[in-house]
Every structure is written in C-alpha cells, then in structure tokens.
Design a protein around this ligand. Sequence first.
Ligand code: GLY
Ligand code: MN
Ligand code: MN
Length: 430
Amino acid sequence: MKYQQISASLFIKNRAKFMAQMKPKSIAVFNSNDVYPISADSTLPFEQHRDIFYLSGADQEETILVLFPDALNKAYREVLFVRETNAHIAVWEGEKLTKEKATEVSGIESIYWLSDFDKVFFDLMTEADIIYFNTNEHYRQAVETQTREDRFIKKCKEQFPAHQYAKSNPILQEIRGVKEPEEITLMQTACNITEKGFRRLLGFVKPGVWEYEIEAELLHEFIRNRSKGFAYTPIIASGNNANVLHYIENNQQCQDGDLILMDVAAEYANYSSDLTRTIPVNGKFTSRQKAVYEAVLRVKKEATSMLVPGTIWAEYHKECGEIMTSELLGLGLLDKADIQKEDKKWPAYKKYFMHGTSHHIGLNTHDYGSLKTPMKANMVFTVEPGIYIPEENMGIRIEDDVVIQEKGAPFNLMANIPIEVEEIEDLMHR
Ligand code: GLY
Ligand code: MN
Ligand code: MN
C-alpha cells in the first residue's frame, strides 16, 4: 500500500455502527473482491471491495470478515480470515497480512487463515438464525460479472437453506453515507493530491499538447504523493470532446482557442476525490467562453449553498434546474417560449445540462448514502453543474467536493483549487 496506515480505531467504530443495527442472533459476512483476469496469467490491479475495507481496513484479496455480535464465545464476535502467508509466499509476492499485522490494521483479535473458514463458519452458523448477505443495491449498479460475494451467497444458501436472510446494504448505505472525521481527513488528502496535479497542469497546458500528455502529468503527480492513481477513469476532453460526457479516449491534440474540460482526480487510501475544471488551452477565455463559464460557476455557488442538513436530494436537483434555466435564458441559449412549452419530465434546460448536480462521494466516487431522506451533517457531496454547447464547440463543467456542516454553508474540500477565471488565466500565464 502506498498510503500511510489508517488507525484501526476508524474500523472499530465502523463495525460497532454496523453491529448496532443487526438483528438478534444474526451473522454478517463480507468478502473481498476477486482479482480480475485479463487473459493468460495477466490480471488487473487488485481493488478491494469497499465494504470489507470500510469495516476492517483489510486491503487484500481473499479476505473474509464475519460479524456475529451475539456469538456465545466473545472471541467469535468479530473474525477476520486472511490468506495464509509464509516464507515462500513472501519471496514471490512480498508483504501479505500476517495474523499480527491483520490485528494491527483492523483492530480484530480473532484472525484465522482462510483455510479454516468452512469449519469455523459452520460452527458459528449453528448458533445463528439470520445471515446478512452483502448484495449490491447501489442506485447506479450495473454489474454483469459474478462477484465473490455472489458466489458466497449462492453457496451459503445451498449449505444453510433453513436460515433467514437479511440485507447488509441498507445499513451500509446509511452508515457509509455519513463520514467520520478520520474519513474526511482522508478525503481532504485525496483532494490535496488532486490540487497538486491540477496546479501542475496550469503550467503545462498549451496549444499542441495532447490530451494523454495531460493524463501522464497528473498520474505522475498523484503517484508521487502516495495515491495509487486516478479515483476513476479520467476525462480529458478538449474542444467538442467535452460534449461527450463519458469521453475517456484522451487521444486528441489540444487546439488554440478551444477549452479543455478535465474531470480528473486522485484516490487516496481507497477514498475518492472528484474534480472537474475547464480551462482555455491557450490560457485566455474568449468573452463568450467566459460568459458561459461564469454562468456555470454561479450555478455551482448557488447549488452549494443549498447543501445543508434537511435538504432533500430530489428537491435540490429541481431547484438547481431552475437556477440553470435562468442562466441559459441569460446566455441566449433558451428563450421564454422554450420554457413555456417544456415537458416537465424533461425540462428545457436538460438540452444543455443533462446530468445530475451532485452525488455522494467517499470510498466510491459515486458513493453510498441515502437519497430519499433529508441530508445530514458530514455527508460529502460533489457539486458539478455544466453547460454543453456542441454548436459552439464547448462543454464546461466545474466540480468540487463539499462536506455538509451542522450549521451554515458546506465546507469545500477543494477550496484551494483555482476556479475563478482571473485566477486560472493568471496561473496559466506565469
Ligand atoms: N467523475 C465522475 C463524476 O463526476 O461523477
Ligand atoms: Mn462527480
Ligand atoms: Mn467528476
């Protein structure tokens, strides 16, 4: 791991919050992700399943966490199973979690090798009536592969058909949606690394630079600051590429007079940051580019001020749409007739701003968190309005990550990342 070890106290707290919501005589199991194959003996770099990470800090494949608050033997209330390591494995694969290290990382005393799982788990299941399965109920999930969790659930249902089932996901959505101070610190670190990357670019972008060269600059800056890289596939979109919302080819040359939209951010310790900035390739906005940019920035500022405890996500989005509508009228992109005849289910502003304004962010870029209940302090959201005008060869989005406060305006984790027109132009001309 490149990141500094996280104090186990965070994971101890997280487990306590989860277990407090479990039903009597119930057991919950969390699996690591698979290491995904490419072909032959190649694999993708390992990415830990964020739920087992959140509850244990174990950042290693083939790990299983079992929580059983009512276990008769106290030692079995929290158990972590890790892949057996030994001197031979250490030579080939380097450092793996030993039992001692697994305890240090997670705060869990009972560590077993994975080979003991079936026996120990069977014994625990004879004491339990209910088993919590960790299914994926994220509102945007679209998973086609069978995960380790899926395989575990299938096997478990066959082996223990008389148990009752329950869902871990609603509990995780609720508790992961509200961040602990330690998590906010980790997210601030991710945002600070992103800031370093972005500042590096301001001196690098100029006509003739290729989008992938910008990607390389960022990756260099991220990794040298202990990030493993981008928190999500970077979008580095010059000119009209910015009007393809999920443009990830990043293979075009940046042209004089164009804008470049960059939705690029670092992860740190598996926590995401999520930044978008749109800058002029030649360091100077035209007056039209500036007018559109400042309209987006005003929407962003107004939207941010609405992120307070009690706000309902759907109502907030409706309000953001209304603010955007008035900006689009001001820019001459919409007229009164467009609004009068608009379809309320797909309002006129959606022609130029077709995505959401905010999402929860945390261990996942599009994180868990309730979207139907009022917002709470210490939820972390992005704010990311945009205006996309293919006929004018520009797409502008601006995105920061903010923490809802008990009182007053949210705290902007990206407050130090240049955003005002003059600031960007000034830094690009130094
Ligand atoms: N970078 C992904 C998003 O902004 O939602
Ligand atoms: Mn985002
Ligand atoms: Mn983004």
